[in-house]
Design a protein around this ligand. Structure first.
Ligand code: PLP
Length: 382
C-alpha cells in the first residue's frame, strides 16, 4: 500500500522530548528563558478581541511579520550577542552594521526553519549534481537529501573540528554545486568569520545558491547578512526557535535576494499556502518588538557558556570553543554514553550522538545559571 519512495526515507531523530516535564532539558538547544510577557499578552489580546480571525485563513504571505523581522534585523544586525541595548531600543554592534536596509521582500517565513530548509532544498538543489556540505553538520541536511533524492557530497572536517573550506570549495567547483553549511556549525559550535564565508562565496559557483544556516548566529560575533549586498546567490536561513524562545510555536525564515525569495514562495504555494498560522504570526511580531529582551538573554547565555566551558576545562574535559547556545565536549576515560546516563540519572537531559567519530562527545545546551549549577554538581563527581 505504501509508495516506493518511502523505502529511501531515513527520518531525523530530534533530542528526546519527554512529556515528563520534571527533567532539566539541556538536549535540544531550546532557550531556557520564557518568551517575553508581551508575547503572551499579544496572543491573549488577539484571541479576546479578534477571536473570529482564528476561524479565518491567515495572511498567506505574512507581510506584517516580514516587515517586523526586517526591522529587527536592521536594528540588531542579526547578532543578539553583541547588540547594544538601551531600554527597549536596540542598535547593532559596529561589526554587524548592515551596509544596506533589509526589506520585507527579502524575507520568506515558514513553519520553523526545518520546513523552510526543506523548501530551500526543493527550490535550489537539483538531483543532477551533489550538494556539498560538512561531514558533521545539522543532521537534517542528509535527511532532506534523501527525501528529495539530491546526491550528497559530505566533506570531512579538519582535525580541529573546523570546516575544511578549501576542500568544500574544490568539491563545489568540480561539480558546479551548491554548498550548504551551518554557521556557527552544529554540533561543533564553531563559527566561520564573515570574511571566511565571503572568501568562499567569491570562489564558489556564482550560478548556484550558497546556503548559510544561521540558527545559532545570535550567540556568535558576526552574521553573514551584510554579504547579501554583494552576493545574489546567498540564502541565509534563520530561526526563532533558539534565540527568540519560540521552539514551541514554530517560526523560521529566509533572508535572500527578492528573486530567490519569490521562488520559495512558488514552492510554498504549491504545498501549503498558510505555513504560518495567525497565532504564530501574532506571537512572532510581538517577539520582534521585544528584541531587546532576547538580546539580553542571549548575552546572559553567552556569559554562562564561558563559565561552563572554563568549569569543564578545569575538570580536564576537551571542550570546543563555542559560538552557540551549547557546548560540544568530551572527557578522556568516559564514553558519551557514561556522561549522558550520569546526567539523566540526575534528572538532566543532554544530547548524545551515536554517529561514529563523535560518539564520545556530548552536546550540552546552555541553560539558566541554576540549571548549569545542577549539571556541574553531577559532572563534578563523574
Ligand atoms: C534548531 C536548528 C534548526 C531548526 O530550527 P526550527 O526549530 O525548525 O526552526 C535549523 N538548523 C539548525 C542548524 C538548527 O540547529
Amino acid at each position: 500500500m505504501l509508495a516506493q519512495r518511502l523505502n529511501g526515507l531515513h527520518p531525523y531523530v530530534p533530542g528526546e522530548q519527554p512529556t515528563d516535564r520534571t527533567y532539566i532539558k539541556l538536549n535540544a538547544n531550546e532557550n531556557p528563558y520564557p518568551p517575553h510577557e508581551s508575547v503572551g499578552r499579544a496572543v491573549q489580546q488577539a484571541a479576546a478581541e479578534k477571536l473570529s480571525l482564528l476561524g479565518l485563513y491567515p495572511d498567506p504571505d505574512v507581510d506584517s511579520l516580514r516587515a517586523e523581522i526586517a526591522t529587527m534585523l536592521n536594528a540588531t544586525g542579526g547578532c543578539f550577542g553583541n547588540t547594544h541595548v538601551d531600554g527597549s531600543t536596540c542598535s547593532p554592534d559596529e561589526r554587524n552594521r548592515l551596509p544596506f536596509t533589509i526589506t520585507p521582500d527579502m524575507i520568506y517565513c515558514g513553519n520553523g526553519s526545518d520546513e523552510v530548509l526543506s523548501f530551500v532544498f526543493y527550490t535550489f538543489f537539483d538531483a543532477d549534481r551533489p550538494l556539498v556540505q560538512p561531514e558533521f553538520s545539522y543532521s537534517f541536511y542528509p535527511v532532506y537529501c534523501g527525501f528529495y533524492r539530491i546526491p550528497m557530497l559530505p566533506v570531512p572536517l579538519r582535525p580541529d573540528w573546523s570546516l575544511d573550506t578549501e576542500a568544500m570549495l574544490r568539491a563545489a567547483q568540480e561539480h558546479n554545486s551548491s554548498i550548504i553549511l551551518a554557521n556557527p556549525n552544529a554540533p561543533t559550535g564553531i563559527a566561520l568569520s564573515r570574511k571566511a564565508v565571503r572568501d568562499m562565496l567569491l570562489q564558489a559557483p556564482k550560478d548556484r545558491v550558497f546556503v548559510v544556516d544561521e540558527a545559532y548566529c545570535d550567540f556568535a560575533e558576526e552574521s553573514c547578512l551584510p554579504l547579501l549586498a554583494e552576493f545574489k546567490n546567498l540564502v541565509i536561513v534563520r530561526t526563532f526557535s533558539k534565540s527568540l524562545s519560540f521552539a514551541g510555536m514554530r517560526l523560521g525564515y529566509i533572508v535572500a535576494a527578492p528573486e530567490l525569495v519569490r521562488a520559495v514562495f512558488t514552492v510554498k504555494n504549491s504545498v501549503n499556502h498558510f505555513p504560518v498560522d495567525f497565532v504564530a504570526k501574532t506571537a512572532a511580531e510581538a517577539s520582534c518588538r521585544a528584541a531587546w529582551y532576547y538580546a539580553k538573554n542571549a548575552q546572559e547565555i553567552i556569559r554562562e557558556r564561558g563559565d561552563f566551558t572554563a568549569f569543564l576545562r578545569g575538570k580536564g574535559w576537551f571542550v570546543i570553543d563555542s559560538s552557540t547556545n551549547f557546548v560540544f565536549a568530551r572527557k578522556d576515560g568516559r564514553t558519551g554514553d557514561d556522561i549522558y546516563k550520569a546526567a539523566k540519572q540526575a534528572g538532566i537531559l543532554i544530547r548524545l550522538f551515536r554517529t561514529p567519530g563523535i560518539e564520545n562527545f556530548v552536546r550540552i545546551t546552555i541553560g539558566t545559571h541554576e540549571q548549569m549549577l545542577a549539571l556541574k554538581k553531577v559532572l563534578e563527581v563523574l
